[in-house]
Write a protein that binds this ligand. Structure first.
Ligand SMILES: *[C@@H]1O[C@H](CO)[C@@H](O)[C@H](O)[C@H]1NC(C)=O
Length: 369
């Protein structure tokens, strides 16, 4: 197999041709389970020729393709307005981490919908967030629903807790988001709710679930009657995704495994050995923005791969890169706050197209800040 071809730029005549090469190489990194695709890919690139560094690079290029160029950022709000649903008196850090991460990835505005008691606390962490103290109100669903037309994606679950009243409200919010066709990232106790009532997201293709190992087992048990732990992780994640009607599932772990029911992709970007609480919130908040961008860009920009699969890969790679950079500076003292400080440089490093390779092409991966 020849060396990986020059990276396409988003704008430019060669993009389509180079894009085809990218998908061919990317596909070699995917574990494929559908006979028609297998046939196509075996013709293009036999699986055994795949090299993992090249594969990661090809997948990262698809993420670059969906990052909106600076020129498109003239109107405030175009880069995305994200809502985080979560935050109760016990947990105020998680919704803050998710919402600030969304802003630092490039969202124009981040809203948090938390309980009344938690709102002032979350606001006090940052003047940059808009915090609505509505989640435990009797009119919570309507209060959030009226904001939905102004939002592009929701992240549901950070710091939610398991209070029955809150979960019932979140169920209503999820239903309202589905009715509007909004992308929804579900994490933490949002996943606990989904494990209780899988029908809530069954077949909703704009949902992305981001379980850790325990949450994954709980979901698999609820949906398939089998915790699916041990054995082939790619196959397990793919099975859960299919059983949920091809909802995108990201299983976080030593490597992150992502599936949309058709393909399973592994993100092995080097991270750190540190496992501080809050990393998952960085991932879910980033993913809210990337999911919006990827759906806006559409499958042409992701060379036929599912936009949400590409977005999820991007969020995993970014989170791991942040962990790595923060760890290089702080070692075992690394916390999520240190990782969040690395979002800007990590994002540039991974996703901003540099002028170097093709010569004279202006950087187009800038963010709207
Ligand atoms: C999910 O994707 C697989 C692979 O493409 C396909 O065979 C299956 O029919 C899809 N399921 C649904 C519910 O769309």
């Amino acid at each position: 197999m020849p060396a990986f071809p020059a990276m396409p730029t988003r704008a430019g005549a060669g993009a389509a041709v180079a894009g085809a090469a990218v998908v061919a190489v990317l596909s070699a990194t995917l574990v494929l389970y559908g006979p028609p695709l297998d046939a196509v890919l075996n013709r293009a690139f036999p699986l055994h020729t795949a090299r993992s560094v090249t594969d990661m690079e090809a997948a990262l290029q698809l993420v670059r393709n969906v990052v909106p160029p600076l020129a498109a950022c003239k109107h405030k709000g175009q880069a995305g307005r994200i809502g985080v649903v979560g935050g109760c008196p016990e947990y105020t850090g998680a919704p803050y981490f998710a919402a600030i991460s969304a802003l630092k990835v490039g969202a124009d505005l981040s809203h948090v919908f938390s309980t009344q008691d938690a709102a002032a606390v979350i606001k006090s962490y940052s003047p940059e967030l808009i915090v609505h103290p509505v989640l435990d109100s009797p009119s919570a669903v309507q209060d959030v629903e009226k904001w939905l037309p102004r939002l592009h994606a929701l992240v549901v679950g950070p710091g939610l807790g398991r209070d029955d009243v809150l979960l019932e409200n979140v169920k209503g919010i999820l239903e309202a988001s589905k009715a509007r066709g909004m992308p929804v990232v579900i994490d933490a106790d949002g996943l606990w709710l989904v494990a209780q009532q899988p029908a809530l997201i069954q077949g909703y293709r704009k949902a992305v679930l981001t379980p850790n190992h325990v949450e994954f087992s709980r979901l698999a048990e609820a949906v398939l009657g089998d915790p699916l732990d041990g054995g082939d992780r790619s196959r397990a994640v793919l099975r859960l995704s299919r059983a949920l009607g091809n909802v995108t599932v990201v299983q976080k772990g030593e490597q992150d495994v992502i599936s949309d029911g058709e393909q399973a992709l592994t993100c092995s970007q080097e991270g750190s050995g540190r496992r501080c609480g809050g990393q998952g919130d960085l991932l879910s908040g980033s993913l809210g923005v990337l999911a919006h961008w990827a759906l806006l860009a559409g499958p042409e920009k992701t060379s036929g791969s599912s936009p949400l699969l590409v977005a999820a890969f991007g969020a995993c790679a970014l989170t791991r890169q942040c962990a790595r950079q923060a760890f290089q500076k702080h070692g075992r003292a690394t916390t999520t706050t240190d990782m969040i400080r690395e979002i800007g440089p990590a994002f540039s490093r991974l996703f901003e197209t540099s002028a170097g390779a093709d010569g004279g092409v202006a950087p187009t991966g800038e963010l709207c800040l």
